[in-house]
Design a protein around this ligand. Structure first.
Ligand code: TMP
Length: 253
């Protein structure tokens, strides 16, 4: 079979040309990076877990009317998505202080914020994805004021959905990052959730124990990353588990 055309390779995913115009195939690698790729590792099984988890979250979002790029999962590591024009921003939503915010403001990690706080980073690896104010975003034309209003509304809906979903399985959604893409229907432009939603791009803490179930396990050397992601998937009922059927193979669909 002819090899597919590679459109883009990022740190954790590869995009290939899709079967129809306006589509792409998103492949989830096992590679993990942190601190702007200063720290790297290959973590067996991470790609499979993130493919399934991103499918699960994006499908749930579509079911409550939040538009996403997800079309369908193709196999263990690949999903069919809509091709979008990515807005060069990391849209971060925080419910509790952690990570760079805790550091910047000298806050204790885990402090509940007065309300969800949204911030934007400019997606640029060479610059280390710097935090940018809305003024920059509009002045440099990365997004208009109207786009930003729509992005904030989308991000808050994603936050409500994800927080509720996680709360239901005993996990606190501390913060997360999404990316937004533009799609065009003729002259009409729409903004949709793109990229991925997975434990790579969220902070997830067990409500009871505070145990970290996200990429901080890798960033901070806290244990086995695959075990953490598997636990998230297991609680959500996403991955087929070995449920004591005597080792009989389970159908994976
Ligand atoms: P931060 O506290 O390091 O700024 O991260 C905020 C959230 O964004 C956290 O859930 C992790 C996620 N994130 C990414 O998805 N990609 C990144 O490159 C970074 C720095 C953070």
């Amino acid at each position: 079979m002819a090899r597919r055309k590679k459109i883009y390779e990022g740190k954790a995913k590869i995009l290939y040309e899709g079967p129809e115009p306006g589509t792409l195939v998103q492949y989830f690698k096992d590679d993990a990076t942190a601190f702007n790729a200063e720290k790297r590792a290959t973590i067996e099984g991470k790609g499979v877990l993130n493919n399934r988890l991103s499918e699960f979250f994006m499908t749930g979002l579509a079911n409550i009317g939040v538009p996403t790029h997800f079309i369908r999962r193709i196999n263990m590591r690949e999903q069919l998505i809509r091709a979008v024009e990515i807005i060069p921003l990391e849209v971060i939503v925080r419910n509790y202080a952690a990570g760079s915010m805790a550091k910047r403001l000298g806050l204790e990690e885990g402090m509940q914020l007065p309300r969800p706080i949204i911030e934007f980073s400019y997606k640029n690896d060479e610059l280390g994805d710097p935090l940018v104010p809305e003024e920059y975003i509009i002045a440099f034309g990365w997004a208009s004021q109207q786009d930003l209003d729509d992005i904030v509304a989308l991000a808050l809906r994603v936050n409500d959905f994800m927080s509720g979903m996680m709360m239901g399985v005993g996990i606190k959604l501390v913060d997360f990052k999404i990316e937004i893409g533009r799609i065009w229907d003729g002259d009409f432009m729409r903004l949709i959730v793109a990229d991925e939603i997975s434990p790579d791009s969220c902070r997830l803490w067990d409500i009871e124990t505070g145990q970290k179930l996200d990429k901080d396990v890798f960033r901070r050397d806290l244990g086995n990353l695959t075990d953490a992601y598997t636990e998230v998937a297991r609680r959500l009922g996403v991955m087929p588990t070995n449920n004591g059927t005597g080792g009989k193979p389970t159908l994976v669909n």
